[in-house]
Design a protein. Structure first.
Length: 343
C-alpha cells in the first residue's frame, strides 16, 4: 500500500484524503493542520491521524480537546509521498522539508511552476513526472483546459486556443472574498496567467486567455474558441469529448441552464459535498465554423483537481500506467458513473 501524507486539510486536502482512502492501493498516513477547527475535528472523527503543522500552536489542539499524533515532520518522514494542500505560497515554503526527508511531494496549482520539477495533468502528461521530487498538480482552470486540449490536439491538431474565463469570486466558505456586486477584469493586463500555466503542460501550444471575476461561488465558466488544423463536424467533436474520462457532455434534455443547476444535479446524484470532478461541457454549445470550434464548459474549482492528485501519486512513484491509474481512480471515487445517463 502507498502511504500518503496530507499536509493541509482544507478545501482540497480533505477531498484528497477521502479520495486516497477510497483507493485500493493507498492509505492515508495522516493529515496535518495549522490550527484546531471544524475540519480538524472532522479529520479525527473520520479516523485520520492528525498532526500539527506548526509546533507553537500545538497547545491550541489540547485546549480544544483534539488529540495529535505528532508533528508534521513525523508525518512527512513516514509517508511514501505527501500531498501538500496548503494555501498558495506555503507549499513552496514546505519544499525544503520534503527534500530534507527525501519524501516526494505534490504541490497545488497556486504555487509557482519554477518551484517544482514539473507540472502535471493526468490526461495530458502523465508519463513525464515519474521519479520527480516535487510536482505541481495544476490549478482547477488549467486542469479543465488541459483535459479539453489533449484530445483535440491528438485528434485534430490545434492552431490556436482563445478562452475567456469567468471566475467565481471565492469558494462558498471564503466569506472574505469578492466582489460583492461587481464584475472585474481579473487581471486587467492581458493575457491572464492561465494561458502560460497551460503552457507548463503543453509548451508549444498557442493559447491566449482573458479573465473576469464575478460575485458567485459555485463554479468557473469557460468560453472557449479553438482553431483546429482540420475541420471535423460538431457531432464528431461532441462524440470525441463524450468518450473522454472526466468530461461530461451535458445533453440538452437535462435542462441544465447554468452552474447552479449542475450543482443541484451533483447533489441529487449523491456526490460527496456535491462535487463535480468532470469538465461539464454543454453539448448544444459545441459548434464548428470552418476550423473554429466553440463551446462553453463549467469547472468546479473545489474538486476537479482531486482525481488528478490521486493519479499524480501513482505517476510520481511509477506504480501504474496512465490508463490503469485513471481507471482505478475513477472507479474508486465513483467518477466512472456519469452525473446523468447519456442521450
Amino acid at each position: 500500500m502507498i502511504s500518503v501524507g496530507i499536509n493541509g486539510y482544507g478545501t482540497i486536502g480533505k477531498r484528497v484524503a477521502d479520495a486516497v482512502r477510497a483507493q485500493p492501493d493507498m492509505e492515508v498516513a495522516g493529515v496535518a493542520k495549522t490550527r484546531p477547527n471544524f475540519e480538524a475535528q472532522s479529520a479525527v472523527e473520520k479516523g485520520f491521524d492528525l498532526y500539527a503543522a506548526i509546533e507553537d500552536r500545538k497547545p491550541r489542539f489540547a485546549e480544544a480537546g483534539i488529540d495529535l499524533a505528532g508533528d508534521v515532520e513525523e508525518l512527512v518522514a513516514q509517508s511514501d509521498i505527501v500531498v501538500d494542500a496548503c494555501p498558495s505560497g506555503i507549499g513552496a515554503d514546505n519544499a525544503e522539508m520534503y527534500r530534507e526527508y527525501d519524501t516526494p511531494a505534490l504541490l497545488q496549482g497556486g504555487e509557482d511552476s519554477d518551484v517544482v520539477d514539473g507540472s502535471f495533468n493526468a490526461r495530458s502528461n502523465y508519463d513525464t513526472v515519474e521519479g520527480a521530487d516535487l510536482v505541481r498538480v495544476v490549478s482547477c482552470n488549467t486542469t479543465g483546459l488541459s483535459r479539453l486540449v489533449a484530445p483535440l490536439q491528438e485528434s485534430y491538431g490545434i492552431e490556436k486556443v482563445r478562452t475567456t474565463l469567468v471566475r467565481r469570486g471565492g469558494d462558498p466558505a471564503q466569506s472574505g472574498r469578492g466582489p460583492i456586486n461587481d464584475i472585474l477584469p481579473n487581471p486587467v493586463s492581458l493575457p491572464s496567467h492561465h494561458g502560460p500555466d497551460v503552457n507548463t503542460i503543453f509548451p508549444e501550444l498557442d493559447i491566449d486567455t482573458l479573465g473576469l471575476k464575478v460575485p458567485a461561488t459555485l463554479m468557473h465558466m469557460h468560453s472557449v474558441n479553438v482553431t483546429l488544423e482540420s475541420e471535423p463536424t460538431a457531432e464528431e467533436v461532441r462524440s470525441l469529448l463524450d468518450d473522454q474520462r472526466r468530461t461530461f457532455v451535458i445533453p440538452e434534455w437535462l435542462g441544465l441552464d447554468g452552474a447552479g443547476a449542475i450543482k443541484e444535479l451533483a447533489q441529487d446524484a449523491g456526490r460527496p459535498r456535491a462535487d463535480i470532478w468532470e469538465n461539464c461541457i454543454w453539448g448544444e454549445s459545441i459548434s464548428m465554423e470552418g476550423s473554429d470550434l466553440y463551446l462553453f464548459q463549467a469547472i468546479h474549482q473545489e474538486s476537479d483537481v482531486v482525481p488528478e492528485n490521486v493519479d499524480a501519486i501513482r505517476a510520481v512513484l511509477g506504480e501504474a500506467s496512465r490508463e490503469e491509474s485513471m481507471a482505478t481512480t475513477d472507479e474508486a471515487m465513483g467518477l466512472d458513473a456519469p452525473l446523468a445517463r447519456r442521450e
